[in-house]
Write a protein that binds this ligand. Structure first.
Ligand code: SF4
Length: 250
């Protein structure tokens, strides 16, 4: 078969990779990268509910993000300060899985190690500057802090000497960077455990968490809006809902 364009060839390849990944992935977990976001959204994703139509722009942006992550990881490795990269965290009792980006030793080999956990976030230029320049808003969203805290607390089981955790934002278009350092308190970990326990209670009771109806529905979740409407109107039971929307593994 002859492809009409390079773009078509690339899209076919990326789609096949995505399908392969989906078949192999065990979705039956909560993910650290989703903590702090709408409980219903996390619940529907774990159920394997289909989202909206594919947006190729988002796929290609994610590919750029991956390339930047890999380049930073390689560079840090070459400095000799890389302690861990792309390592998994898991808690079977809580059904939590995740994967942090990096743990880096900021100190020289002659000094006592200073280990920091890094979450790299690439952003489009407009998103980077909207976040960085708005004096009225916190520069790091609460849910991103929560996700970082979960990596920190679960990674500390293996790396008890971790001193802090950082979000390293990078502007994909212009190369600007911004770094935020966090030292989390035990109360933050309690919030994470509370959220996971709540999610697990909904899951055990087969109850879809309530509709959030806030900025997240508008700004961050065009994935499940249609499905949300149907649940809200009470038109479907959970079983009907799952059979209507669940993504087929093939
Ligand atoms: S549309 Fe809103 S309530 Fe529904 S899953 Fe998305 S964020 Fe949650």
């Amino acid at each position: 078969m002859r492809y009409k364009s390079l773009d078509e060839l690339l899209r076919t390849y990326l789609l096949s990779q995505e399908e392969e990944g989906f078949k192999k992935r065990d979705n039956n977990w909560w993910y650290a990268s989703e903590l702090g976001t709408c409980l219903r959204k996390q619940f529907l994703r774990r159920l394997g509910i289909k989202g909206k139509e594919k947006q190729w722009r988002i796929t290609f942006l994610a590919e750029q993000g991956k390339a930047i992550h890999n380049r930073i990881q390689d560079a840090i490795k070459n400095t000799g300060r890389l302690v861990a990269a792309e390592e998994s965290i898991e808690d079977n009792d809580l059904r939590l899985k995740g994967r942090f980006d990096l743990i880096v030793n900021l100190n020289d080999k002659t000094e006592e190690p200073y280990l920091t956990l890094i979450d790299i976030k690439t952003q489009r230029p407009e998103a980077f500057f909207r976040r960085a320049k708005d004096p009225a808003k916190d520069k790091v969203k609460e849910f991103q802090k929560k996700q970082l805290a979960s990596y920190f607390f679960f990674a500390r089981r293996k790396y008890p000497d971790l001193k802090d955790a950082r979000i390293y934002y990078m502007d994909r278009g212009g190369g600007a960077r911004e770094e935020f350092v966090f030292k989390f308190k035990p109360e933050t970990f309690k919030e994470i455990l509370d959220e996971l326990n709540l999610l697990n209670t909904y899951w055990k009771n087969k109850e879809i968490p309530p509709c959030k109806k806030d900025w997240e529905c508008k700004d961050m979740c065009d994935l499940y809006k249609k499905q949300c409407e149907l649940v809200k109107k009470g038109e479907l039971t959970l079983d009907e809902f799952v059979s209507k929307f669940k993504r087929s593994p093939n």
